[in-house]
Write a protein that binds this ligand. Structure first.
Ligand SMILES: [Zn+2]
Ligand SMILES: [Zn+2]
Length: 377
């Protein structure tokens, strides 16, 4: 890869040091593995240029901290003293030490869920409908929230792939850095980024044609303000009944992704949506979404929480909810979130991850507007 075009020598270094790249990270020597983890998050925050594509070129203007979750309605709804609880190893979560135990961590709601995605003009243009209004359970909202979580994931993966490639090619390391292990990680990340961009393009096509044919979704509005929010886009592996739909280890052209959004609202409701674009593996996409219809209504809130903690790291909690849980229930959330065992390329999530109920109840008897699955043609 030619880094001279991505990081010109005289340009300010991506780390935000105010030094030129030539005098800063081009010469970087790492003496501890944990530095890499920290720098990846700095890199992701500081390298962004607006990824909006108008069909001819990328915008390229400086990015703002785009939110992937409504800040004014959802994050504010669950914030206490301006803060929400996330995981310390999540984006913006503050964990800089690999050996530090997985824990909850307080994050300011201006920082939570942000990514270097779009310039301020495009961020507003793309997401104002789902940023400032209360959300209803309908096709438009399901589509736009899914698109937003796809943008978040695509851009994070692209930046991570670039960082890993750079870390692999450019700096020298004082500690043991196994390039052979890093190679599959880099190609994996590139694969995700590439597929993410194709999906993003597909979202745009569907939007232009106002076609509902390829977008499968399930969404509902709880009559309860759930004490957590999150969005994410993830590989479909098993459905909500525990049936295996695709093998993560056989990532191929036939692989499909799903998107999840859980957005509690200031008006006391919670928008919940799970969707998939039925492009590569129609059967998996359809069966995945349809399996939510078989979930009893009183289990849906628990499903919302499980899909977030199992499949996304972009998830935030109302502090008093977590602090009020007994230790074993807090631990259960951490354990289900804990991905260390599947960090290695090719390993899969346990099959019951989405179907195993939590050992505690979340109020979700009340559902205002029910399900809607777009038919597969
Ligand atoms: Zn630097
Ligand atoms: Zn832009």
């Amino acid at each position: 890869m030619d880094y001279s075009t991505i990081f010109p020598d005289e340009a300010p270094c991506f780390c935000g040091s105010n030094s030129s790249y030539k005098l800063c990270h081009k010469l970087k020597r790492y003496s501890h593995g944990n530095e890499l983890l920290y720098e990846q998050s700095q890199f992701i925050l500081n390298t962004g240029s607006c990824a909006h594509y108008d069909g001819i070129k990328f915008c390229g203007n400086p990015t703002v901290k785009s939110h992937s979750i409504q800040r004014k309605r959802a994050l504010s709804a669950i914030a206490e003293n301006g803060k929400v609880l996330g995981f310390n190893s999540s984006p913006n979560g503050g964990k800089t030490n690999l050996n530090e135990e997985l824990q909850f961590s307080l994050i300011g709601n201006r920082q939570a869920s942000t990514f270097p995605g779009f310039c301020s003009a495009h961020d507003i243009a793309l997401f104002k409908d789902i940023e400032i209004k209360p959300l209803n359970a309908n096709y438009q909202t399901a589509f736009k929230t899914a698109y937003r979580s796809q943008c978040y994931e695509t851009i994070i993966h692209s930046n991570a792939a670039l960082f890993l490639s750079w870390a692999h090619d450019v700096p020298t390391f004082d500690f043991y850095f196994n390039k052979a292990i890093n190679e599959p990680e880099i190609s994996n990340m590139r694969w995700y980024a590439g597929y993410g961009w194709r999906l993003k393009e597909l979202f745009e096509k569907i939007k232009r044609r106002a076609s509902t044919r390829k977008f499968l979704y399930f969404c509902c509005l709880f009559d309860t303000q759930l004490p957590f929010c999150g969005t994410g886009s993830f590989c479909i592996e098993t459905d909500f009944s525990g049936n295996k739909l695709q093998h993560f280890s056989n990532v191929s052209e036939n692989f499909n992704y799903a998107q999840v959004s859980v957005l509690p609202q200031e008006n006391g409701t919670t928008f919940f949506s799970v969707s998939a674009i039925n492009d590569k593996n129609k059967k998996a996409a359809h069966r995945f979404i349809a399996s939510l219809s078989n979930v009893p209504k009183h289990e849906l809130a628990s499903c919302a929480l499980r899909s977030l903690i199992v499949h996304s790291e972009n998830v935030y909690f109302k502090p008093s909810f977590i602090n009020g849980l007994p230790y074993k229930h807090r631990q259960e959330i951490l354990d289900r979130f804990d991905d260390r065992e599947v960090q290695q390329v090719g390993l899969e999530k346990i099959e019951t991850a989405l179907s195993d109920p939590l050992s505690f109840d979340l109020l979700s008897n009340a559902i205002k507007i029910s399900t809607n699955i777009t038919k597969v043609h």
